[in-house]
Design a protein around this ligand. Sequence first.
Ligand code: ITT
Length: 199
Amino acid sequence: MNVVVATSNAGKIREIEEAMQGLGWTLSPLGSLPLPEETGTTYEENAALKACAAAVMLGRPALADDSGIEVEALGGEPGVYSARYGNRDSDVERNVYLLEKLRGQTNRRAKFVSVVILAYPDGHLETYRGELPGTLLEGPRGANGFGYDPLFVPDGETRTLAEMTVPEKRAVSHRGRALAALREAHRDGPPARETTPGV
Ligand code: ITT
């Protein structure tokens, strides 16, 4: 299957390409196609917007990820708004902003969420979700990954996600889990579609 990866985030592209190796799919980049504005209030809505737009415009199945970090002490913020948190323009600035928000806070619990949607040009959608609970540090550690990875230590680990290689991160991460579910569903070819009786 020839699938478009509907993301402009280089970190996500690296992780998706690594996670999908060996499935026999050809992954192609979005190219110059612009992604729609993320007007949804859930990961599912935003992932569907991105995947459907690419699938319809390019006439091929398209894979999109919408994700974010939910911080317990901040009532679940920034969640679906993680990419533009505090209106900051870069990962480093967003990490500084998050650390400022958490200064003096003893509850450092957070979780990453990833919703991966595979959309087909006829509008059919497959949805996969993965979550990763962990703890936020008081300063960054590690140079790999992207986004909030340097601040985040998954439960059961001592390293941040930014101190892991791409395969190590995939083995534990929210996105790795969502993509593993997608792989499993496609192990013997595309999963059967649910049909509505009488249609
Ligand atoms: P696309 O919409 O083009 O895919 P994006 O970066 O705008 O790229 P999202 O709207 O899904 O993607 O925003 C997700 C943000 O959440 C992302 O920019 C990071 O700040 C953060 N995030 C998501 N997954 C992450 C991960 O695995 N590690 C670190 N930060 C992550």
